[in-house]
Design a protein around this ligand. Structure first.
Ligand code: PMT
Length: 404
């Protein structure tokens, strides 16, 4: 893997390992990257900016505010294919985890939408402190990629974990992450998200608690990794990233039409939507009057879009990958796997992401999810993670199924 044609923002924060940033700039540029260096004031106590400017071929950026009203962190973040923070001090990790943005480095990483690689370097006590552990967990859950730290002699004279990984290793990980960032290039990905609403009258409907977040995170991850993404979404208040084509639908029938119109062109279809299983067999044209008493509503089944896609080979592109979700009130991973496999076979999907919707931290409406991913090749227990991290795991699985 190489970094040919990639713009890498290298953020150097203030620890003794900053001296290795010179070798890292060399390794990144040798791999083909266009490197722009951001330094914190503390980093400049350990290595001169002139060294990094000369090696990268560009001035080092340090100031949060430009002279002419320009906003350097926005420009840097928007043009980056990858951000590498090396060395990342305990302070840098804490700022990233908390979203503090009081200097150019922290404002840049907070603005960036591209993948982020972090190479921590600090004394062992700081690395092992519960505060740093918690910050690292937060960053990992958000999809940040960690390299190191290695164990060995530290500047204090002690030996232990805390050494920054070697520049070549960081550059290799950066190239792998940037490569993964494009592993859906030229692929068309169709994602459904959110719940459907099945009308009873002009103001009432049968619906569910899906916020749309899970499907939108999958659409966003696929887009970040180079895919052309179409999102068929039920009503949602979640912001949808730019660059994703959105088709808004309300009912299961509308979602079915929108999906089938696009299915034949899609390399990947992910059905994260919570489609209502039933609808009212009649739809009153006017608001039902309360005074008339409770209406009798006869429910009829909606189309099962996933099962129909799985059972109609001509509806899909040959070699395409079909991924469904399964919402189960089941916290036990081994049981989730069984239920997912059952649904995978009955619905004709290549993979099923089964999530536990029985607890407050998983499933509908929350930012985290507890899930297993089941395909013909076996099961992966992802555990409880953010929906963003689960989306990355689902897209990794999709890439491996496409490759297979
Ligand atoms: O939107 P969030 O608040 O982030 O919540 C995310 C989620 C819990 C809704 C999501 O992770 C999820 O589990 N989505 C699938 C919900 C669901 O409908 O599960 P199911 O087990 O009932 O359906 C299985 C599969 O069949 C799903 O892929 C579903 O899209 C599909 N289906 C179901 C019914 C139907 N009529 N047509 C379908 O295509």
């Amino acid at each position: 893997m190489s970094l040919q044609g990639k713009r890498v923002i290298l953020c150097v924060t203030g620890g003794i390992a900053a001296y290795k940033a010179a070798f890292l700039v060399r390794a990144l540029t040798a791999s083909g990257a266009d490197v722009r260096v951001v330094m914190t004031p503390s980093a400049e106590r350990f290595i001169g900016s002139q060294t990094l400017a000369t090696l990268s071929g560009h001035p080092v950026a340090r100031a949060l505010f430009g002279d002419g009203g320009d906003v350097p962190h926005v420009e840097l973040a928007r043009t980056a294919d990858l951000v590498v923070v090396a060395p990342a001090t305990a302070n840098a990790l804490a700022k990233m985890a908390l979203g503090i943005s009081d200097d150019l480095f922290s404002a840049t990483v907070l603005t960036a939408h591209c993948p982020i690689v972090v190479a921590p370097a600090m004394h062992t006590e700081m690395w092992e402190h519960p505060a740093t552990r918690a910050n690292v967990e937060t960053l990992l859950a958000r999809g940040v990629r960690l390299v190191g730290p290695a164990s060995g002699p530290l500047s204090s004279g002690d030996t232990g974990p805390g050494r920054m990984s070697e520049p070549d290793e960081i550059a290799d990980v950066a190239a792998a992450v940037a490569g993964a960032a494009n592993d859906l290039a030229a692929k068309q990905v169709l994602v459904t998200a959110g719940g459907t609403q099945e009308p009873i009258d002009p103001v009432r409907f049968i619906g569910n608690r899906s916020s749309g977040l899970m499907g939108i995170e999958i659409a966003a991850e696929a887009a970040r990794r180079g895919a052309k993404v179409t999102l068929v979404a039920g009503p949602t208040n979640v912001a949808i990233p730019r660059g994703i084509d959105v088709v808004k639908v309300r009912t299961a029938e509308e979602m079915r039409s929108a999906v089938f119109e696009r299915a034949a062109a899609a390399d990947v279809i992910v059905k994260a939507a919570a489609v209502a299983d039933w609808r009212s067999d009649s739809h009153a044209g006017e608001k039902l009057k309360k005074a008339a008493g409770p209406p009798e509503i006869k429910l009829v089944a909606t189309p099962d879009i996933l099962a129909e896609l799985g059972a109609t080979p001509g509806a899909r592109k040959p070699g395409s990958v079909l991924v469904g979700f399964a919402a189960e009130t089941e916290p036990r991973p081994e049981k989730l796997v069984e239920l997912a496999e059952e649904k995978r076979v009955t619905k004709g999907a290549d993979a099923i992401v089964a999530n536990d919707v029985s607890s407050d931290d998983s499933g509908f409406e929350v930012a985290t999810n507890r899930a297993v991913i089941v395909s013909g090749g076996g099961a992966e227990d992802v555990g409880l993670v953010t929906k963003k991290a689960l989306a990355a795991a689902v897209v990794d699985k999709i890439v491996s199924l496409l490759d297979a």
